[in-house]
Write a new protein. Sequence first.
Length: 92
Amino acid sequence: MTPPKKDGYTRALKLFINSVIKPDYGLRQQANHDGCYEELLEIRQHCLTYLQSLKEIHNIDLPDESDEIEAEKVRLEKIASSNLSFSRNELM
């Protein structure tokens, strides 16, 4: 990516991450009413994990020595969430 395009992508990604993190009380209330509150928060966590991987792919954060540790944590979270989803599907 060219520097101006990367800057725009970085700003857009940060805004989107903030929109996922920001609590939407109406949406959470609706999920609670519909009986899918836990599932909503699980999907939210999957999205945040994916968004973090986009940051890593595009090297948005400046690298430091903890990046390898964080990358491994993200990889393990992805594996764990995949296994959890697979286990839930088996139960249904």
